[in-house]
Design a protein. Structure first.
Length: 252
């Protein structure tokens, strides 16, 4: 048989070129998403951060996304970003602040497991529960999760068992869903007071240094309150500061 063989060289070259273009587009997309996520972190701060979905594709090992969420949102731990983060071994730390309540609902009444961290097993990632009143313990656990992410080993789930001394919002009927004895018992383990006692016991600070630090913090708080009370009311346009898109056109 004298049939002509297909020109595999040209087809291979075309395939490699197409693959190279796809990889280039992917790199550009990752960089754009990473930049977007970083900008959002800087603008919105750490509280209630919801940028894991956007930053998930960054794929940059030296950057770590910190996804903070309260206990009530742990009910949605089977959401898309947790699965994709595990699948793609992304540098994300899922951090659950479990204060025992979701607004007015006790966690024990709405969550099927006592520890949120066990849900990590469903994604094949580490899950750790730590005493949220112990500053040093939280630091050590989170440090390991961040280091793991930066080593390229993928995401982790950290759950801190802590407590909310005050209501979810001012004016809510506190006694309707928890009693005073429970609050008083948890106040005995105030993390600030526990850490203060630890610093003194280990000789890292003396009473004079602790008092000076507390005075400095109190002065900073008072200055912030004075600034707020003496400042003019913001304009209507300020309502759209620190959101995803700014400015947002106002419909009148």
């Amino acid at each position: 048989m004298h049939g002509r063989l297909p020109d595999r060289t040209s087809s291979n070259a075309a395939g490699l070129a197409a693959e190279g273009l796809r990889e280039r587009k992917k790199r550009l997309m990752r960089q754009q998403l990473s930049d977007t996520a970083t900008a959002m972190f800087l603008e919105r701060g750490f509280d209630e951060v919801r940028v894991a979905e956007i930053a998930a594709a960054c794929g940059v090992s030296e950057k770590t996304v910190f996804n903070y969420f309260p206990v009530k949102e742990a009910l949605l731990m089977d959401r898309l970003e947790a699965n994709l983060a595990a699948l793609w071994r992304l540098p994300i730390v899922f951090f659950c602040e479990n204060n025992g309540y979701g607004e007015l609902s006790a966690a024990r009444l709405v969550v099927s497991v006592p520890d949120i961290s066990v849900r990590a097993a469903g994604y094949g990632i580490p899950g750790v529960t730590v005493d949220g009143q112990d500053v040093v313990a939280v630091y050590e656990v989170v440090s390991e999760a961040v280091a793991r992410a930066r080593r390229g080993e993928g995401p982790s789930l950290v759950e801190t068992k802590t407590y909310r001394f005050h209501d979810h919002a001012f004016g809510l009927p506190e006694r309707a869903y928890r009693d005073a004895a429970e609050v008083d018992e948890w106040r005995k383990r105030d993390p600030v007071e526990l850490f203060r006692a630890r610093l003194l016991a280990e000789g890292m600070l003396d009473e004079a240094a602790v008092n000076a630090l507390e005075d400095a913090v109190s002065a900073e708080i008072e200055a912030a309150i004075s600034f707020a009370e003496s400042s003019p009311y913001p304009s209507a346009d300020a309502a759209f500061d620190h959101v995803y898109t700014n400015p947002i056109p106002i419909r009148r």
